[in-house]
Design a protein around this ligand. Structure first.
Ligand code: ATP
Length: 318
């Protein structure tokens, strides 16, 4: 397990911040393969900052500008050779509660995808199904074109390492509370900023992760601290680069979020999950100009509201 103090994350500065900014209070990265949990899931934890006051409380608005959009959730006649992950008609219930009701989408090599939608609609459930922590009741998950059977194990058929980054703890009952919550930060680490930066890049490379799934990575962070995390998410992607200009190792990532700044800064393509289905997908900048009635309900409810006032992605009641 590798645990990192937050202080050394200063190399990842917010592009829009004029001053160097404090990082989140804790960021830890852990290769989660204890003897008690043989699954090939790599887990990290990002916790909200403590005792950190933003130096810039300016509102962050989410407003795209493109006129075009792609309303179709079915992408026929596509070249699928670069598809890393596909969920095909996935259903999931918990007891009597039907959560996913035929979810289908593809994640391609190089993509930065966001899953948004109302609370409780099953976004985290989708991530857990992709990661192989939960099995769908019906439907299939394909990893590089190979159907996944059962949960992720050491016999993983895909060879594609998928990491899940949790926003909060209490994730694996096989881990102790201490392991789950803290990932034991080195609060008084003597490592330099550059050493830590290097360590993150090298650790990701050594672990061999190709896809990262982030579950609400900026929840609870103020706007400035969020930008640090959003930049870090971009920096470890193959299309990004770290403070030293080195490209990341992550081929594709998926972010579940309610935060407008994260949608704007860290996501290129959006999947909108509503009532158990993907009801809209398109490029991030196409969202606010969508003519999809459900999307319009959301964007209407967000009009004029700032991030800090907590604009919700829940559609207005009809
Ligand atoms: N293991 C479980 N057992 C029973 N119910 C569950 C389980 N996991 C999730 N649920 C329920 O399924 C629903 C969807 O949960 P999920 O966390 O996937 O939603 P979400 O869209 O990520 O929500 P939020 O945006 O609020 O985080 C919720 O009602 C939740 O209580």
């Amino acid at each position: 397990m590798v645990s990192l103090s937050t202080t050394p994350f200063l190399p990842f500065t917010a592009k829009n911040a004029s001053t160097r900014i404090p990082p989140p209070t804790s960021f830890s990265y852990s290769k989660q393969r204890s003897n008690r949990d043989p699954r090939k899931v790599v887990c990290a934890c990002i916790a909200p900052p403590q005792n950190f006051k933003s130096q810039d409380s300016s509102a962050i608005h989410f407003n795209g500008s493109s006129k075009s959009e792609q309303l179709s959730t079915a992408r026929d006649h596509e070249d699928d050779s670069d598809v890393l992950i596909e969920c095909r008609d996935v259903y999931k219930s918990f007891g009597e509660k039907k959560i996913l009701n035929g979810v289908s989408f593809k994640i391609k090599h190089g993509e930065a995808v966001g899953i948004i939608g109302p609370s409780g609609t099953g976004k985290s459930t989708v991530l857990k199904i992709i990661a192989g922590l939960l099995a769908p009741d019906k439907g299939e998950v394909y990893i590089r074109g190979k159907k996944r059977v059962g949960l992720v194990s050491d016999d993983d058929i895909s060879g594609l390492r998928i990491g899940l980054v949790f926003q909060s703890a209490a994730l694996f009952d096989s881990l102790t509370v201490r392991e789950n919550v803290g990932f034991l930060l080195y609060e008084h680490s003597s490592m330099s900023e550059d050493q830590i930066s290097e360590l993150v890049t090298e650790t990701l490379a050594a672990v061999g992760l190709k896809v990262l799934l982030y579950d609400e990575p900026t929840a609870g962070l103020d706007p400035i601290a969020s930008t640090v995390v959003e930049d870090l998410i971009r920096s470890v992607h193959i299309k990004g680069q770290d403070a030293r200009g080195k490209p990341g190792n992550i081929s594709s990532y998926v972010v579940v979020t309610h935060q407008h700044s994260t949608i704007k800064r860290a996501i290129d393509r959006l999947l909108f999950l509503h009532k158990g289905k993907i009801v809209w997908e398109g490029m991030t900048h196409e969202f606010t100009t969508s003519t999809n009635p459900i999307v319009q309900q959301v964007t209407r409810s967000c009009a004029g509201l700032s991030y800090r006032r907590g604009c919700s992605l829940d559609p207005e009641p009809t």
